[in-house]
Design a protein around this ligand. Structure first.
Ligand SMILES: [Zn+2]
Length: 229
């Protein structure tokens, strides 16, 4: 650490996103105790896991995984809030690196042709300034040599704020939510991986899968940072 970082730390201490305490220089996003206390799914690369099963029969699902369990008041929710509502692109990137760090050795990315971050509606994107899922994907590809495609799938309607809706309402609301760009032809016979920050009912991911299914011979995998079982 140099003098400048010392001074910066004094005026702008880096705080743990979970407990709010000042972090050590070697800590990032959250302090070690908070990071190690995050509830893990342990799914890694297990074929036919419970998350994957949710998509069976809905679209050509290849594999699915998520690192943490999400609950509205839980520790993971604070990290997600930082990623989404506090402009912390750096947190998205770091969590992407972490996802890759754990899933790359497990072979989860083997044979994957590209990552497709779940798109935001252009209005939402303008408001937030970035797509948290795209930054998560950027963190992943910093460790794994896979291209990111943000040009094939687009959001037709803006329905992101639907936390108060029931699972049934969300599903109905998610129908025909995404559209395919003409260049999606290039994905014929490809294995694509949808990337999102969090999956709750799965309705949004399902809507992406439904749209992508129109591409001949496509195989789809799903990776999210967090999941509500
Ligand atoms: Zn902490």
């Amino acid at each position: 650490m140099n003098v400048w970082t010392d001074v910066k730390e004094l005026f702008f201490p880096r705080l743990c996103l979970v407990c709010g305490k000042k972090m050590l220089p070697e800590e990032d996003v959250a302090c070690f105790p908070c990071m190690s206390a995050l509830p893990r799914t342990g799914l890694l690369h297990t074929q036919g896991n419970e998350m994957e099963k949710l998509f069976w029969g809905r679209f050509p699902i290849e594999r699915a995984s998520s690192l943490f369990f999400y609950s509205r008041e839980g520790k993971v929710a604070r990290i997600l809030a930082g990623m989404k509502y506090r402009g912390r692109k750096d947190v998205c990137f770091k969590m992407g690196e972490m996802l890759a760090g754990e899933l790359l050795p497990a072979g989860f990315f083997e044979g994957v042709d590209c990552l497709i971050p779940v798109p935001l509606h252009p209005k939402r994107l303008r408001k937030r300034g970035y797509n948290q899922s795209e930054w998560l994907a950027k963190g992943i590809v910093s460790q794994a040599d896979i291209p990111i495609r943000t040009d094939v799938l687009y959001r037709v309607r803006n329905n992101e704020t639907q936390t108060r809706k029931s699972a049934f309402e969300r599903r109905a609301n998610a129908e025909h939510l995404f559209g395919l760009a003409p260049c999606s032809d290039e994905l014929k016979g490809c294995h694509v991986m949808l990337v999102d920050d969090v999956m709750t009912t799965g309705a949004t991911i399902e809507a992406c899968g439904e749209a992508l299914s129109a591409v001949d011979g496509i195989r789809i995998s799903v990776l999210t940072l967090a999941w509500t079982k």
